[in-house]
Design a protein. Structure first.
Length: 328
């Protein structure tokens, strides 16, 4: 590919496919929650969050094979920042404090899981272990173990529901739900490598740092499934699904650093990241904590104060992006 215009067109096309898939993920994820009896919270935490995080997964595998750790780390930690910006935006647009009243208190365990995993990534970047076996770092093993343990705790804590089996309820069949959910996920899978390639081309042509572009451009677009899925879920009256999707994606994103590690041949992926990624991680942790405060204080603060707290998350995100730009 030669020239900025073709790279931008490829970026826009792959982004459009990613965005279009999100609404279908929300709709049929909600159907699966009802049909299987897993509950919206758990489906949002695991099934939908993993599906909407497929762009991050495939993008990071792609850039890892291209020896671009800055782009990988920027995408992951930048996506966690964007997810919290999405949370603040959709909550403000769809009811503020009323949005958080529809989120079950047990979701605090999911928030703590996402916080803990992001904090672990920051520590591993700042204090690298420097040990790997067959291209898999001990740091990646620690991330994997922490994720599995955290998700086990979340599973125990979160409520489930009885499966819906009556066809008279108007819901699509379980087979149709799985099929369309899978097709929406496939759309994300197809778009992700092209998205990574286009951003890499834009970075090379413009001379912008790949870590900065990872936090801004690619993180924004690979988070678009979370945006469209969350908006669609809220319109369905499934705030729990939206909340679980956003925080579940934050947790899974950190796991992606471990899953992409074997494809990076120059060392341990998470340990190849720099101070700008630490800054992005710290901002993501701060934003996640502000979201947790909304859940914990929803019954004790007025709506105006709750909305002010959500509005604060926007300048915090902007300040974080500027800090990453300076450090990169």
């Amino acid at each position: 590919m030669n020239g900025l215009v073709p790279a931008l067109l490829l970026f826009v096309a792959s982004a459009a496919l990613v965005i279009a898939s999100g609404a279908y993920l929300a709709r049929y994820g909600d159907v699966l929650a009802a049909r299987l009896g897993w509950g919206r919270v758990w489906v949002g935490t695991i099934l939908v969050s993993v599906a909407t995080s497929l762009p991050e997964l495939l993008t990071n595998i792609t850039v890892a094979t291209r020896d671009q750790p800055d782009l990988a780390g920027g995408d992951i930690l930048g996506s966690n920042m964007v997810n919290m910006l999405v949370l603040a935006s959709v909550a403000l647009l769809f009811g503020g404090r009323r949005f958080f009243h529809q989120v079950v208190p047990e979701q605090r365990w999911l928030v703590l899981a996402a916080l803990s995993l992001t904090a672990l990534a920051i520590v591993l970047i700042a204090l690298p272990i420097g040990l790997d076996v067959v291209s898999v770092g001990l740091s990646s093993v620690l991330i994997l173990g922490t994720y599995l343990g955290a998700m086990r705790l979340v599973y125990v804590a979160l409520p489930t529901s009885q499966p819906v089996e009556d066809a008279a309820d108007g819901l699509p069949s379980l087979r149709k739900a799985w099929t369309l959910f899978g097709l929406a996920s496939l759309g994300v899978v197809v778009a992700a490598p092209w998205l990574a390639f286009s951003v890499e081309e834009i970075a090379e042509i413009t001379g912008l740092a790949t870590s900065f572009l990872g936090v801004i451009a690619i993180a924004m677009v690979t988070s678009m499934p979370e945006v469209s899925t969350s908006v669609a879920a809220i319109r369905l009256g499934a705030s729990d699904l939206a909340f679980g999707n956003l925080y579940g994606s934050c947790a899974f994103n950190i796991l992606i650093l471990a899953l992409a590690d074997p494809f990076y041949r120059e060392g341990v992926l998470v340990e190849a990241l720099g101070r700008e990624h630490i800054a992005a991680g710290l901002i993501a942790v701060l934003l996640m904590a502000l979201g947790l405060a909304q859940v914990m204080a929803r019954a004790r603060v007025r709506e105006a104060l709750s909305n002010a707290g959500l509005a604060v998350m926007v300048p915090v995100y902007v300040a974080g992006v500027y800090l990453v730009f300076v450090l990169a």
